[in-house]
Design a protein around this ligand. Structure first.
Ligand code: HEC
Length: 325
C-alpha cells in the first residue's frame, strides 16, 4: 500500500497544484465527467460492496469512484495522469476498437464521441477535480492527507497567494534552468506564464544526494515547490533548502532528515505545506517548526512525533493541519 502511495502521490500533488494555481479548466468534472462515469463505468468499477447478499468487487481491481483511485489505477498503472493523455489508461480503453478485449465499457453503451472529447479536454487541461474527492474509504494515508491539505488551503486564497509571490520574482534565464536540469532536476513552471517553478528528482531519487540538491541554488528565488521525497539527502541538504526562501510546498517524505535538519528551515517564511512522512522526526523537531508561522499543513504520518508534540505545534501555529496517522 505504502509503495503504491509513493508512486502516485506526486501526481496527486501536481493536480492539486494545477487546481490551486487557477488553471481554469473549461470542463467541470462533477457536471460533465462524473455523470458519464456513474452511468457507464461505476457499476463495475466501484469500491467493494454487498449487493443482494453477494460481495461485488471492483472489476480489474480498478475503482473509478474516487480521485485517488483513478490516479492510482490498477494492474496497468495509473488510469489517470493529469495533463498526459497518452499515459491515462482510462482514456485509452474507451478509445480502443470496439472488438478489442480491453475496450471499455465492456458491457452497455459505449461513451459517445462528445463524452470522449470532454474526457480528453479534461485530462489534457490537468484533470481538475475542483474539490471532488469521491470515496475516501481505502485511500492511502498520505493521499488522504493531501486531500485534507487541499481543503484547508482554499483554491482562491492559493491563487492570490501565488499571484502575489509571482510579482516578487523575476523569471529565471533559460540557461540557468537548463543547467539545473542537466544536474538531474526536473523543473517545470507552476503554471503558464508564472516565473515560479517546481522541481523534483523523481527520475533518479536514489542518486539525489545533498550535493545534487545544490544544483537548485541558482533558482532560489523562483522555486516555490520542491519534491525531494525518497531521495538520499541528509540534513546536509538543509543548507541549500534554507536559501530557497520562496518555497511554499516542500516534500521530504522518507528521507534521512532529522530534528536537527528542521532547525535550518525556520527561515522559510512562505512555507505552507511540509511533508515529513516516514522520517525519523520527533517532537523536538516540531519545536523548530513552530517558528514557521506560515505553515498550513504538516504530514507526520509514520514519524516519531507524538500527539503531545502535535498539540504544542497546533498551539504555536493556530489553524495548522497536522496529519499524524
Ligand atoms: C460490465 C463491467 C464493466 C464496465 C461497465 C466497465 N468496465 Fe472497465 N473493466 C472491466 C473488467 C472485467 C476489467 C478487467 C479486464 C481485464 O483485465 O482483462 C476492466 C478493466 C478496466 C481498466 C484497466 C485497469 C487496469 O489497470 O488493468 C480500465 C482503465 C477500465 N476498465 C476503465 C473503464 C471505464 C473508463 C469504464 C466506463 C467507460 C469501464 N471500465 C466500464 C469491466 C467493466
Amino acid at each position: 500500500m505504502i509503495i503504491l502511495a509513493n508512486r502516485y502521490l506526486p501526481i496527486v500533488l501536481t493536480s492539486l497544484t494545477l487546481a490551486a494555481t487557477g488553471s481554469h479548466a473549461a470542463v467541470n468534472f462533477e457536471k460533465q465527467i462524473l455523470p458519464v462515469l456513474q452511468k457507464k463505468c461505476l457499476d463495475c468499477h466501484s469500491a467493494t460492496k454487498v449487493v443482494d447478499g453477494k460481495t461485488k468487487k471492483p472489476k480489474g481491481d480498478l475503482q473509478l469512484d474516487a480521485a485517488w483511485a483513478m490516479l492510482k489505477g490498477a494492474e496497468n498503472g495509473p488510469s489517470l495522469v493529469p495533463g498526459n493523455l497518452a499515459k491515462s489508461y482510462m482514456y485509452e480503453v474507451v478509445t480502443l476498437p470496439k472488438d478489442d478485449d480491453m475496450f471499455m465499457p465492456s458491457k452497455g453503451d459505449p461513451m459517445t464521441p462528445e463524452e470522449i472529447k470532454l474526457l480528453k479536454e479534461w485530462i489534457e487541461s490537468g484533470a481538475d477535480f475542483a474539490g471532488w474527492t469521491g470515496n475516501m474509504e481505502g485511500a492511502p494515508a498520505d493521499v488522504a492527507a493531501a486531500a485534507a491539505a487541499k481543503k484547508v488551503v482554499k483554491v482562491r486564497e492559493h491563487d492570490v497567494f501565488y499571484q502575489q509571490l509571482s510579482k516578487e520574482v523575476k523569471a529565471a534565464p533559460e540557461a540557468v534552468i537548463a543547467k539545473a536540469k542537466a544536474g538531474g532536476a526536473q523543473i517545470s513552471a507552476l503554471k503558464l506564464d508564472s516565473p515560479l517553478l517546481r522541481a523534483d528528482f523523481l527520475t533518479g531519487v536514489s542518486k539525489c544526494d545533498d550535493e545534487k540538491v545544490a544544483v537548485l541554488l541558482p533558482l532560489k528565488d523562483q522555486l516555490a515547490q520542491l519534491d525531494l521525497g525518497r531521495t538520499v539527502i541528509t540534513d546536509g541538504a538543509m543548507k541549500t533548502l534554507a536559501q530557497l526562501t520562496h518555497l511554499t510546498v516542500l516534500d521530504l517524505r522518507q528521507t534521512k532528515i532529522t530534528d536537527a535538519g528542521l532547525a535550518s528551515l525556520t527561515g522559510l517564511k512562505k512555507l505552507q505545506t511540509l511533508n515529513l512522512y516516514g522520517t525519523e522526526v520527533t517532537d523536538a523537531g516540531l519545536k523548530h517548526l513552530a517558528a514557521i508561522k506560515s505553515l498550513k499543513h504538516v504530514t507526520l504520518f509514520m514519524t516519531k512525533a507524538t500527539p503531545e508534540g502535535v498539540k504544542a505545534l497546533t498551539t504555536a501555529i493556530p489553524g495548522v493541519q497536522v496529519t499524524l496517522k
